[in-house]
Design a protein around this ligand. Structure first.
Ligand code: SF4
Length: 352
């Protein structure tokens, strides 16, 4: 059957339902909360990175796993699933720009220079990262973290007398460090674009955390003025934001936490309460649709353009190709990277 952009949405939905029925239990569909509402409604499991990592690792029955999200998440499923299982991503070019802000050569260079100072460092990579960086952590005694467990991860490192070398999201690292009582003076920011050939090895003797200069363009778009405006417009409104937002925004908000934290906080709040939410707008719209007893508004309409590359039509194409046995690119990860990235992911699942 043909599919192109002119295929009516109603037909696409019907064909998705038909393909899903035929594939039965041999197929599992995982979707991130930031996917568009139609894909979220079609998925077997919807979650944030941590939840989806756990769910992917628990799938035993399905032979095919379709992961609707950006590419590093599909890679993570590939790493955690059994080799007999096939993992598909409807749009392999949907990459997270934050994940692309740290590349292995730069991280290895930083690691070499920073460890040469004699400080005991432990690498902690945010889940929004390429598989080779996760593998780097696996090889060097470190692990992966998500926004839901970044604090536990940093506490773990400090409890072992080490300094977290955290990459690639500076804001998540800084907000987490602040929540643990670590001040900006105690943080060293590694800038991968800075040429340190003149200044030499940095002085990190008194530092309690090393961060990487990387950011999420969706979450840094929120401004303190958005919070002031929401309070002016709606009076007694609760402001809840994601920790990839800048520290000034997190500092002004009433609550800050991962996507799953935002979801559970809003869902369990009393009917009639008002919420301005500072995270990706597709997720906010889903939450709004599912909680009609509350006033829910986006703090600002910020969409992840990269997540939106996965469309309902591309999702349908993957399903029909699986059904027809047509060759299509599976998600693959270099076996050596996969082995060590799995070590880093399993360490995360064990400590959180
Ligand atoms: S919202 Fe930000 S961190 Fe998440 S996938 Fe999009 S760009 Fe990456």
């Amino acid at each position: 059957m043909t599919t192109d952009r002119s295929t009516p949405e109603g037909d696409i939905r019907e064909r998705i339902a038909a393909a899903r029925k035929k594939l039965g239990k041999d197929l599992v569909v995982l979707a991130h909360y930031y996917q568009n509402i139609d894909i979220v409604r079609s998925a077997d499991f919807v979650g944030d990175s941590l939840q989806l990592a756990r769910i992917a690792s628990e799938q035993r029955e399905a032979g095919s796993i379709v992961f609707c999200a950006v590419s590093f998440m599909a890679e993570m499923a590939r790493i955690l699933c059994e080799t007999r299982q096939k993992v598909f991503h409807p749009e392999p070019s949907a990459k997270c720009p934050l994940a692309e802000m740290a590349v292995i050569d730069d991280v290895e260079r930083a690691w070499k220079l920073l460890t040469a100072t004699g400080r005991h460092l432990m690498p902690v990579v945010y889940v929004n990262s390429r598989a080779d960086l996760k593998a780097f952590c696996g090889k060097n005694g470190g692990f992966v973290c998500t926004s839901a467990n970044a604090k536990k991860a940093m506490e773990y490192v400090l409890s072992r007398g080490a300094v977290p070398f955290f990459f690639p999201d500076e804001n998540l690292g800084r907000n987490t460090a602040h929540a643990m009582g670590i001040s900006d003076d105690e943080i060293f920011l590694w800038d991968p674009f800075e040429d340190i050939s003149d200044t030499g090895v940095p002085d990190i003797a008194a530092k309690k955390a090393i961060l990487w200069r990387g950011f999420c363009y969706v979450h840094v778009a929120f401004r303190p003025s958005d919070i002031e405006q929401a309070r002016k417009t709606h009076g007694e409104i609760n402001v809840i934001v994601h920790p990839e937002c800048t520290p000034d925004v997190v500092g002004l908000a009433d609550y800050a936490g991962s996507t799953s934290y935002i979801k559970s906080t809003v869902e369990t709040a009393a009917a009639g309460t008002k919420w301005a939410i500072g995270t990706e707008v597709n997720f906010v719209n889903c939450l709004k649709a599912d909680n009609p007893d509350k006033l829910i508004v986006p703090l600002r309409e910020c969409e992840c353009r990269d997540m939106s590359h996965v469309t309902l039509l591309k999702f349908l194409t993957v399903l029909e190709n699986i059904l027809e046995g047509k060759g299509q690119p599976e998600v693959t990860v270099d076996p050596e990277d996969s082995r060590y990235a799995k070590v880093a992911l399993e360490r995360m699942l064990a400590i959180t």
